[in-house]
Design a binder for this molecule. Structure first.
Ligand SMILES: NC(=O)c1ccc[n+]([C@@H]2O[C@H](COP(=O)([O-])OP(=O)(O)OC[C@H]3O[C@@H](n4cnc5c(N)ncnc54)[C@H](OP(=O)(O)O)[C@@H]3O)[C@@H](O)[C@H]2O)c1
Length: 285
C-alpha cells in the first residue's frame, strides 16, 4: 500500500517517518512550499511531487495533512484532477472535522477516512517517536476504514471508531486535556513568578508536583487523585487564596474560582459531603 502526503508539516512528516519505520511504503510528499516537501522527503527518504495528478497516480492512500482550513482547498484541487478512482483512499488527520469534508469526492467511489492521532505534535522527530504509543480515533466509509485499519494493524497502534457527529465535542475535550492543561500550568507559573521565585527554579521545583499528580490520575482516577484544601474542606485556606489573588494577581481570580467550583462539583458526595460543598461554594463565589 503506497502512502502519499499532501502537506509536509509536523503531522505529515512525523507520520511519514513512523510509517517508514514500520516498513510501510511511502510514495512521497507534495506541500505548498517546495522547501517543506524536500524536508519531509529527506526525513523519510522518499520522493517529492510537484503536481497533484502525479502524487495521485503514485499513491493508493493519500493523507491530507495540511492545516484544517486548507483541507477543503486541497479536496477541490483533487476533484478537479479527475484522477481519483475507487482504488484510492483519502484520509485527513483533523480532530474536529469529519469525512463530511470529502463530500465533493463521493462520486469517485474512493475510500474516505478521518484519522486523528491523540497526540501533540510540537516537532516532527519527537512526535514520530511518540506515535509508537499513540491511540487513533477514526471514522469513515467501509473502504476507508478497512485500509486505515490495515495500516494500524501493521504499526500496532490501538484505535477507536467515533460517530462523525461527535467529532467536534471530542476535539473540544482533547483541547481541554492538552492545550488548556498547558494554559493551566502557565497560570500557576505566572502566580509563582509574582512571589519572586526565579523562572528556572519554578520549573525545577514544580514539575515533579505536576508529573506526580498526572501519575496519580493515571493510577487512581481523577476523583481519588485530588489532594489539597478543597478535598480537606479547608474553607479558610480557600478564603485566604481568594483574598491574595484579588490583591496581587486579580486577572487570575476568575480562573481560580471557576476551577474551584468545577473541582467541588467533581468531588461532591464522593470526597466531601453536602454541607462542606455548600461552605466551599460560598467561599468560591
Ligand atoms: N499538531 C498537532 O498536534 C496535531 C495533532 C493531531 C492532529 N493534527 C491535525 O493534523 C493536520 C496538520 O497539522 P500540523 O500541525 O501538521 O500543521 P502544520 O505543521 O502547519 O503543517 C501543515 C502543512 O501543510 C502545508 N500546506 C498548507 N496548505 C497547503 C496546500 N493548499 N497544499 C499543500 N500543502 C499545504 C503547509 O505548508 P508549507 O508547505 O508552506 O510548509 C504545512 O507544511 C491538521 O488537520 C491538524 O488538525 C495536528
Amino acid at each position: 500500500m503506497k502512502i502519499g502526503f499532501i502537506g509536509a508539516g509536523k503531522v505529515g512528516t512525523a507520520m511519514g517517518i513512523f510509517f517508514k519505520q514500520n516498513s510501510l511504503t511511502l510514495s512521497g510528499y507534495l506541500s505548498r512550499s517546495e522547501t517543506s516537501s524536500h524536508c519531509a522527503a529527506k526525513a523519510t527518504d522518499s520522493p517529492v511531487f510537484f503536481d497533484i495528478p502525479s502524487l495521485i497516480n503514485a499513491s493508493e492512500v493519500i493523507f491530507i495533512t495540511t492545516g484544517d482550513d486548507q483541507i477543503s482547498t486541497v479536496i477541490n484541487q483533487l476533484v478537479q484532477t479527475s484522477c481519483l478512482t475507487r482504488d484510492h483512499t483519502l484520509v485527513h488527520t483533523s480532530g474536529a472535522l469529519s469525512t463530511d469534508l470529502f463530500d465533493p469526492l463521493l462520486s469517485s467511489g474512493c475510500g474516505l477516512c478521518s484519522l486523528h492521532p491523540i497526540m501533540s505534535f510540537a516537532d516532527s522527530l519527537t512526535a514520530s517517536h511518540n506515535l509508537k504509543q499513540t491511540v487513533f480515533t477514526l471514522e469513515g466509509n467501509e473502504k476507508g476504514l478497512a485500509d486505515i485499519q490495515k495500516i494500524l494493524m501493521i504499526t500496532g497502534n490501538p484505535y477507536s471508531v467515533i460517530n462523525k457527529s461527535d467529532k467536534v465535542l471530542y476535539h473540544a475535550a482533547a483541547c481541554i486535556l492538552s492545550n488548556y492543561l498547558v494554559t493551566l500550568i502557565d497560570s500557576g507559573f505566572e502566580l509563582l513568578k509574582t512571589t519572586g521565585i526565579a523562572e528556572d527554579e519554578i520549573m525545577k521545583a514544580f514539575m515533579p508536583l505536576i508529573t506526580a499528580t498526572l501519575g496519580n490520575v493515571e493510577k487512581s482516577g481523577t476523583v481519588n487523585a485530588l489532594t489539597g484544601p478543597l478535598v480537606r474542606g479547608d474553607e479558610n485556606t480557600i478564603g485566604k487564596h481568594i483574598e491574595a489573588i484579588k490583591t496581587q494577581t486579580p486577572k487570575f481570580l476568575n480562573l481560580y474560582q471557576t476551577m474551584g467550583l468545577a473541582t467541588i462539583d467533581m468531588i461532591k458526595d464522593k470526597r466531601i459531603d453536602g454541607k462542606t460543598y455548600d461552605h466551599l461554594k460560598n467561599r468560591l463565589k
